[in-house]
Design a protein around this ligand. Structure first.
Ligand code: SF4
Length: 222
């Protein structure tokens, strides 16, 4: 079936695909269904971020910055690094940081290693708002709590493989997952019956323990 127009939204394209003949009993292939489901979850997360931003008088990118500054180690709290983490331009981050400074939520100090580089940090009030605005994840967490562990373990593996692929395609600038790490030894590479391993920690990595944002992560050499 042909697309119905240039202004068609993704959800509408998927609805059209659902109705398309010749795609099996469900009318659409599994990959298209999964892509549509991911788009819906992504949309729900954007809505939750918007709600938190509105509640605290911030923009969504300002909320994301507060979240990152509340969890990232000091060496990552630089404008350039944060721009890469959030896949936005450096001027976008600079503008957001300037707004957060005016609201007295963010401060900065010279990096110990290079005084030309400013490292950002939260003020006490910024930390309070970061904690409160983390509520954007509450609804997703509540839904996940209702699902059994084996299903979630499979979903984690699937999503980490998708993240790896998107990182390799250049869609995601930064990924610190086990699946993109040079220390990751996938079970399938080590023979039958083997388990995933972390060569850095020299320890097994059960599928439920695969990391999404590991501090020790090092990318696979290009
Ligand atoms: S260093 Fe971290 S990201 Fe890399 S394989 Fe080990 S646990 Fe995973």
């Amino acid at each position: 079936m042909e697309s119905s127009g240039a202004g068609e939204r993704p959800a509408e394209r998927h609805a059209a695909a659902e109705a398309a003949p010749g795609h099996g009993a469900g009318g659409v292939d599994l990959d298209t269904r999964l892509t549509g489901a991911l788009e819906r979850v992504g949309h729900a997360i954007r809505v939750a971020l918007w709600q938190q931003a509105k509640e605290h008088g911030l923009s969504p990118v300002q909320v994301q910055l507060l979240q990152r500054l509340s969890t990232d180690p000091p060496e990552r709290r630089r404008v350039g690094q944060l721009a890469a983490e959030l896949d936005v331009t450096q001027p976008t981050i600079s503008d957001a940081v300037a707004a957060l400074r005016r609201k007295a939520l963010v401060t900065s100090s010279p990096s110990p290693g290079d005084a030309r580089v400013q490292l950002l940090d939260l003020t006490d009030r910024g930390r309070d708002i970061a904690r409160a605005s983390a509520a954007w994840a509450d609804d997703v967490g509540a839904e996940l709590a209702r699902i059994g562990t084996p299903v979630k373990v499979d979903a984690l593996g699937l999503l980490l493989d998708v993240i790896r692929g998107l990182h390799e395609r250049g869609v995601l600038s930064v990924a610190r997952t086990c699946t993109t790490c040079r220390f990751f030894r996938r079970s399938g590479d080590e023979g039958p019956g083997a388990v995933h391993r972390c060569a850095l920690l020299d320890a097994p990595l059960p599928p439920s323990d695969l990391r999404v944002d590991c501090l020790e992560h090092e990318p696979v050499a290009a």
